[in-house]
Write a protein that binds this ligand. Structure first.
Ligand code: FAD
Ligand code: NAD
Length: 475
């Protein structure tokens, strides 16, 4: 193995591995160091996303949604079922298989792009040198013209409710439960709380979610949040807002949780407690003394808009830098850094990073919320179209929620799109593309959408912004 590379990437998650692949595509010599180990001790590329995040959670969301539909919706379609039951072990086995295929796929991609995979720990030393510690503990010093730091993030722990597996667990533990706890508590009604709360609710758990903030999904458009909250309530998710957890302790095989809200102090007893209150950047043993890399007050590696640190030749991308902690945001940053290193054009448009919550109905948005547009003072118009009036959604028995578009009154620029409804995560791609190309609602209005498709809802929402929707009453 060479000791010197054009590029060394530390971290092989969805920010790091695409950076390495793009560097290889750019004909640069590149190595990617990753230390992720599975519970059985084996190494795996793919980081949090592939091993313990996006992919396993979506696998379980899909399986449990199918189970839910078989029990609750098939009869409406005239499909008779009896004795539908669930095999959680098989569900987990399928999930593990998907994860394994995906993570092993990265090694094949690395081979194709000429990336040297190095499994073990990477540490940045001063002078663009990297100390690589292999599985057997042997250390080697490598040098590179450029180093990309992509060390990711880890779950935040609450002092008042420290992790204590198997009772008080983080998101990874919540993905690995072997049966549905009778009573499941979740601290945090954020993305993880809602997705994993939904998984176990569908499998029969009584789920109570304690959220500190008084508003549900405070970062989302509030019309969308209200609609989503209505559906979650109907599904039996007990979401308690303004609930500040003050303590949690394991008592026998249960967890006693104490929290306070406007009405006073309360207690809650659950069998398992998931703590999902956000994640923090992970930089443990990443930076040796004297590298010159700076962290901000929350521990993120400081970078500019193009992911350059203050030290020439050292870049940082993904969850370890500012911005939303999303796999696709990290991927674009990794690719941008690898392109800029090769002297090519590279840019991330942070205004068009989509957000998706894979619940049922799904939630997705891009751009500004109505609250943000209002606060900006720019005159705007709104088009909302309900899935109830969409033929495909009705045929699917999924006619819930709406598509909403916000546009400027002056030049018709699309400012934000918010969708709660079937396949919202797929539908948002059109809105992202429209905004990336600075499209107006008129552009969307004049774009032909196949009938009958869910995508017609976005078309009709664009028409509704000018009170010209065909399939709704334009109120
Ligand atoms: P990571 O994925 O955390 O990868 C960093 C890698 O670097 C890890 O493998 C780590 O072991 C390694 N590493 C760290 N330090 C070193 C070192 N010094 N030497 C060697 N290796 C090192 N995002 C979405 O966009 N969509 C989703 O649906 C989604 N679902 C999620 C579900 C869950 C349950 C969770 C927890 C997260 C989810 N996310 C989702 C967030 C997503 O997983 C992260 O945004 C993404 O993984 C960040 O990518 P990254 O490459 O920056 O970091
Ligand atoms: P989050 O930031 O989405 O939500 C955390 C929630 O916990 C917030 O609503 C917050 O107000 C609440 N909270 C914080 N402290 C609390 C306390 N002491 N008591 C009660 N509530 C408290 O974080 P997450 O759900 O842990 O997810 C972590 C990251 O992973 C997020 O940045 C998210 O973007 C990413 N993720 C993305 C997806 C996706 O894209 N579908 C899925 C899962 C995770």
């Amino acid at each position: 193995m060479a000791d010197s590379f054009d590029v060394i990437v530390i971290g092989g998650g969805p920010a790091g591995y695409p950076a390495a692949i793009r560097a290889g595509q750019n004909k640069l010599t590149v190595a990617c160091i990753d230390e992720w180990r599975n519970r059985d001790g084996t190494y795996a590329f793919g980081g949090t996303c592939l091993n313990a995040g996006c992919i396993p959670s979506k696998a379980l969301l899909e399986s449990t949604e199918l189970y839910h539909r078989a029990r609750e919706e098939f009869a409406l379609h005239g499909i008779k079922t009896s004795g539908v039951s669930v095999d959680v072990a098989q569900m987990q086995k399928r999930k593990a298989g998907i994860v394994k295929t995906s993570t092993q796929g990265i090694l094949a991609l690395f081979k194709g792009a000429g990336v040297t995979p190095l499994q073990g720990h990477g540490k940045l030393l001063p002078g663009r040198r990297v100390e690589y510690t292999a599985a057997d503990g042997t250390k080697r010093e490598l040098t590179a013209a450029h180093v990309i730091l992509a060390s990711g993030s880890v779950p935040l722990e609450l002092k008042c409710a420290p992790f204590q597996a198997p009772h008080i667990i983080d998101s990874q533990g919540a993905l690995e439960l072997d049966s549905a706890p009778k009573r499941l508590g979740v601290i945090g009604a954020g993305v993880i709380g809602l997705e994993l709360g939904s998984v176990w609710r569908r499998l029969g758990s009584e789920v109570t979610v304690l959220e500190a903030l008084p508003d549900f999904l405070a970062i989302a458009d509030q019309q969308l949040a209200k609609e989503a909250a209505r559906h979650f309530k109907k599904q039996g998710l007990d979401i308690r807002l303004g609930a500040r957890v003050t303590g949690a302790r394991v008592a026998g095989d249960a967890v006693e949780v104490a929290y306070e809200d406007a009405a006073g102090a309360h207690g809650l007893t659950v069998d398992r407690l998931i703590v999902a209150v956000g994640r923090r950047p992970y930089t443990k043993d990443l930076l040796a003394e004297g590298t010159g890399i700076e962290l901000d007050e929350r521990g993120f590696i400081k970078v500019d808009q193009q992911c350059r640190t203050a030290v020439e030749g050292i870049w940082a991308v993904g969850d370890c830098v500012r911005g939303p902690m999303l796999a696709h945001k990290g991927k674009e940053e990794g690719v941008m850094a690898a392109d800029l290193i090769a002297g090519h054009f590279g840019e991330v448009n942070y205004k068009t990073v989509p957000a998706v919550i894979y619940t049922a109905p799904e939630i997705a948005w891009v751009g500004q919320t109505e609250e943000q547009v209002k606060a900006s003072g720019r005159p705007y118009k709104v088009g909302v179209f309900p899935f109830l009036a969409n033929g495909r959604a009705r045929a699917m028995e999924q006619a819930q929620g709406f598509a909403k578009i916000l546009a400027a009154r002056d030049d018709d620029e699309i400012l934000g799109v918010h969708i709660v409804g079937p396949m919202a995560g797929e539908l948002i791609a059109e809105a992202v593309l429209a905004m990336e190309y600075s499209a107006s609602t008129e552009d969307l209005q004049r774009t032909i959408h196949a009938h009958p498709t869910l995508s017609e809802s976005l078309h009709e929402a664009a028409l509704a912004a000018d009170k010209r929707a065909i399939d709704s009453l334009n109120r």
